[in-house]
Design a binder for this molecule. Sequence first.
Ligand SMILES: Nc1nc2c(ncn2[C@@H]2O[C@H](COP(=O)(O)OP(=O)(O)OP(=O)(O)O)[C@@H](O)[C@H]2O)c(=O)[nH]1
Ligand SMILES: [Mg+2]
Length: 307
Amino acid sequence: MPVQWYPGHMHKASKDIKALLPQVDVVIEVLDARLPFSSQNPLLAALRGDKPCIKLLNKYDLADPEGVARWQLYLEQEHGVKTLAMVAGRPDKSQQLQELCHKLLPAKKTSGRLLQALIAGIPNVGKSTLINSLAGRVIAKTGDEPAITKNRQRIDIGDGMVLFDTPGLLWPNLENPNSGYRLAATGAIKDTAFSHEDIALFVVEFLLEQYPDRLKQRYSLDTLPALGMEALALIGKQRGCLRSGGVVDFDKTAKIVLTELRGGILGRITLENPAMMEQELAGLVVLREQKAAKKQARKQPSQNRLP
Ligand SMILES: Nc1nc2c(ncn2[C@@H]2O[C@H](COP(=O)(O)OP(=O)(O)OP(=O)(O)O)[C@@H](O)[C@H]2O)c(=O)[nH]1
Ligand SMILES: [Mg+2]
């Protein structure tokens, strides 16, 4: 089922989280390690205030370790924030997470009170997989389709810890067009205005810049063209994605590139870095100002118009 981001969803999620927060000792924000900026929920930081927060960079098995390390340094500059690179489902990593929670809040364990953690994150980042792994049994349904978790759950995972599953639906920041592309590239959002070809082109352009050797190796390309569209055409030819008359079938080629990216076949890749984020956030400020100015101009009386 496609995900739609109704204002009602946002309102309900914020209300539910606000109601739950007084009981919560630590917020565990699950992010996709390949896109820690684009997989954030834009309101969560404001909602959680100064509650301690662990940012879990999940799907670390698919992300570039160097890129993740850079994000960890960046994210931990924020007061009260710790990070952990995670592969949800791996027991050693679950153990590390529990240890980190107790380390952040040592008084809980010594006082014998339960440590209560809220697991929050946008759809498809791996929250349910993580909860099942922490609980040691299947509690939450998991799946490739976003928006599977519907109801709030309180789960005792032992060792003095209780989890709350994300209530409601937390949406990603789709105001930034590049974030939309990256979320679509990883398969986090399926219902987008972009075609496979648009998304694959975005990915190939990024790979040409950041991971050119991976492209060369995977698609047996001796040299790389400067343009993404040309690279996509070469990949199509290599993979025999041709229509009659030898014309490249871009849709088929795009699907191959996206499947290989999502499955980690192109190697471990991180799709954004803190510098890109800063630049895109600055671009968004300009975009918002332009929109506000246009709105204001529409509201102005027609004094400047000719009679
Ligand atoms: N490779 C990899 N896949 C993961 C990892 N964690 C989760 N997944 C996969 O990602 C998909 C989504 O996982 P879920 O646990 O259902 O995600 P969710 O955040 O609960 O999603 P919603 O309930 O829709 O909000 C599933 O196919 C999981 O198997 C991970 O660390 N590595
Ligand atoms: Mg879930």
